[in-house]
Design a protein around this ligand. Structure first.
Ligand code: TYD
Length: 134
């Protein structure tokens, strides 16, 4: 069974175009403390390669497409993001890698906490050790 969690947002809009509204209480299972976005991505340049000890994040591909490899220390799954009405939940202790960015990709990330380098696990072996010991 897949451990990947997708949150579906309702697409509003009319003849003028589409609109998605994200409200913390309704759609997001945490208090949003930080928002960042990734853009000007290059073909064949991957990002991520880390896990977080506590942080929760939701990634929404607003434009273009990219793929995520999600790894809980036991299983790896790959998922493509290309739909701005879908958010990929990245829970804590999930090693994630981002690949296959289209040049027009805009990836929005909602995060449960401020930026803290101390929350990152950037070494894969250390990540696996921490999963085993939990
Ligand atoms: P990083 O999280 O390593 O990027 P990615 O996961 O996309 O590969 O962050 C890249 C750089 O930006 C790194 O020096 C930390 C910095 N940064 C911040 O200062 N604040 C933030 O909110 C984020 C996400 C990164």
């Amino acid at each position: 069974m897949s451990f990947i969690k997708i949150i579906k947002f309702q697409k509003l809009g009319d003849l003028r175009g589409s609109l998605v509204a994200i409200e913390e209480k309704e759609s997001i299972p945490f208090k949003i403390k930080r928002v960042y976005y990734i853009f000007n991505t290059q073909k064949n340049i991957s990002r991520g390669f880390h896990a977080h000890k506590n942080l929760l994040q939701i990634c929404i591909c607003l434009k273009g497409h990219c793929s995520f490899v999600m790894d809980n220390g036991r299983t790896k799954e790959k998922i493509e993001l290309k739909d701005p009405t879908e958010g990929l939940l990245i829970e804590s202790m999930i090693w994630h890698e981002m690949h296959d960015f289209s040049e027009d990709c805009v990836l929005l990330v909602l995060a449960s906490d401020h930026y803290k380098e101390s929350d990152y696990i950037r070494n894969y072996k250390e990540f696996l050790k921490m999963v085993k010991n939990n």
